[in-house]
Design a protein around this ligand. Structure first.
Ligand code: NAD
Length: 248
């Protein structure tokens, strides 16, 4: 089956790498027209070369004016996948005001502005699916040294449920995805940032996953694809855990 998103137009943030990239490709392969956005122009160029249904545009999700211009010029959208996020490492004692505000700006304010910009077009046409990237490091599970990150990802769940409730009778669905540890370029950066023995650092991330392996971006993209498609038409306000049993 290669037409699960046939006729749909999807906007994906942070599509240059990792889960966003895998999802943009999964959407395009299933028939969607995808507007893939990121701050990394080279990554977008290489992504567009992979599928003819993917067009690209620079979008920094922390810039409200960029969001409004993009939606005005390229909307309306059937699907919005809010994937962009930033991991700050540390306890509350390691978190200064700048890190706290940066975490909220990228992880939560971005979703507030993107959802608000895209919703009117969805409501006009009485249909739409919004998918927000949360994490099991949120209100689901306490994870060491993820104070600011987990706080923002818990906020994403609240934001998701509120939108789902407010627009449940008007054709717009809103759901959240909560991955465990997924093998993406930014995870590699976090592993290297720990310093010391890189192999041992990778093992420590793998060891906290009870399946003994990390998730693959494509395994998260498969869930985003389901939530974007009409197969999930009866699903809204839900929080989907895809974590290899980590939070079980
Ligand atoms: P990532 O963190 O490596 O980011 C991918 C892309 O985000 C990059 O191409 C980068 O250029 C872009 N980006 C960075 N800042 C941006 C900004 N301000 N505006 C637009 N784009 C920006 O990718 P990932 O690890 O796949 O994470 C994607 C999402 O999944 C994040 O929200 C993250 O919190 C969440 N998540 C990841 C994991 C994991 O283990 N990787 C687990 C749970 C949740």
């Amino acid at each position: 089956m290669s037409d699960r998103l046939s006729g749909k137009v999807a906007l994906v943030t942070a599509a240059g790498a990792g889960i966003g990239r895998a999802t943009a490709l999964a959407f395009a392969k299933q028939g969607a027209k995808v507007l893939a956005t990121d701050i990394n122009a080279d990554a977008l160029t290489s992504l567009a070369a992979e599928h003819a249904s993917i067009t690209t545009r620079i979008l920094d999700v922390t810039k409200t004016d960029q969001i409004e211009t993009l939606v005005r010029e390229t909307g309306p959208f059937d699907v919005l996948f809010n994937c962009a996020g930033f991991v700050h490492a540390g306890t509350i004692l390691d978190t200064d005001d700048a890190s706290w505000h940066r975490s909220f700006s990228i992880n939560v304010d971005s979703m507030f502005h993107l959802c608000k910009a895209v919703l009117p077009g969805m409501l006009d046409r009485g249909k739409g699916s919004i998918i927000n990237m949360s994490s099991v490091a949120s209100s689901i599970k306490g994870v060491p040294n993820r104070f600011a990150y987990s706080t923002t990802k818990a906020a994403v769940i609240g934001l998701t449920r509120s939108i789902a409730t407010d627009f449940v009778s008007r054709g717009v669905r809103c759901n959240a995805i909560c991955p465990g540890t997924v093998k993406t370029p930014s995870l590699g950066e976090r592993v290297r940032a720990l310093g010391g023995d890189e192999e041992a650092n990778w093992r420590s991330f793998v060891q906290r996953q009870p399946m003994g392996r990390l998730g693959e971006p494509e395994e998260i993209a498969a869930l985003a694809l389901y939530l974007a498609s009409d197969e999930s038409a009866f699903t809204t306000g839900t929080v989907h855990i895809v974590d290899g049993g980590w939070s079980n």
